[in-house]
Design a protein around this ligand. Structure first.
Ligand SMILES: [Ca+2]
Ligand SMILES: [Ca+2]
Ligand SMILES: [Ca+2]
Length: 266
């Protein structure tokens, strides 16, 4: 192939990449919740390259956020929020602006981390790991050249864009991953105990903006080439708080007692 043609194809590839490659929430915004039990939103048909992006961010050299996907939501009031992700097989829309009829694999063992904070969104440029600003942020913490990206699955982290705008700050709240084993870093304790390609966890959260980063949890998968695209479906739902359950049960108990009393009186 002529070098010029190769370069043209490379550029064509590049122009289709930014929406997918840098941190965006496109198609992955769960929207705003008032904090009322029963509110729920699901986002289907997203994917990650490889089945390791989340767990690779748990180790000493951090991870590349390009191997994860970012989701967001906003809470108007404090609430108990259940975050769930599961493997999904699908074929991307061949009529989309960037047509891609290649089937996306099932089989993801999902892991996710929840943070308060948001990445830069339009009109700002999207954040990514390898601009000078992002590199400087992590070199200052981990030492120059010691990291493979900005993503930290178990800690606070920061990243910025090519305009070097004030960094996006993700403040770690918690995480969970699918499975009954530690898939290999030795850094994290076991997963959710049920290796069924689903994971969920409930968090008590204050009003505010939240980001979730999702990826695979199989550490050894990073050496598997070519890296397949693994499909993900995600749900955020407001669930009743434990006190609400307790009040509900107490109320039912009281009603039961009243019914019994009436019966005994009658
Ligand atoms: Ca790593
Ligand atoms: Ca790695
Ligand atoms: Ca599971």
């Amino acid at each position: 192939m002529k070098t010029s043609l190769k370069y043209a194809l490379f550029l064509a590839g590049m122009t289709s990449l930014p929406a997918m490659a840098h941190i965006t929430y496109s198609g992955r915004d769960f929207g705003t919740f008032n904090g009322i039990a029963g509110e729920s939103q699901t986002r289907w048909n997203n994917s990650v390259p490889g089945n390791f992006g989340w767990v690779d961010g748990t180790d000493a050299d951090w991870g590349d956020s390009h191997k994860t996907r970012a989701y967001r939501f906003h809470l108007n009031n404090d609430a108990d929020v259940k975050v769930s992700f599961q493997s999904q097989v699908f074929t991307p829309d061949p009529t989309a602006a960037v047509p891609n009829p290649v089937p996306v694999e099932g089989g993801l063992t999902p892991g996710f981390s929840l943070y308060s904070g948001l990445a830069h969104v339009a009109p700002f440029l999207a954040d990514h790991d390898f601009g000078p600003g992002s590199t400087a942020i992590r070199d200052a913490i981990a030492g120059a050249g010691n990291t493979e990206g900005s993503f930290r699955a178990l800690n606070d982290w920061s990243i910025t864009n090519d305009n070097n705008d004030p960094p996006s700050i993700f403040t770690y709240i918690g995480s969970a991953y699918d499975g009954s084993v530690d898939y290999g870093t030795g850094v994290i304790a076991g997963g959710d105990g049920v290796p069924d390609h689903m994971v969920s966890k409930t968090f008590h959260l204050a009003a505010g903006d939240y980001s979730i980063f999702v990826g695979g949890s199989d550490y050894a998968n990073q050496s598997v080439l070519p890296q397949l695209q693994y499909g993900i479906s995600g749900t955020v739902a407001v669930v009743p708080e434990p006190e609400t359950y307790a009040m509900l049960l107490a109320g039912l108990g009281l009603m039961g007692a009243m019914v019994r009393r009436r019966k005994s009186i009658g």
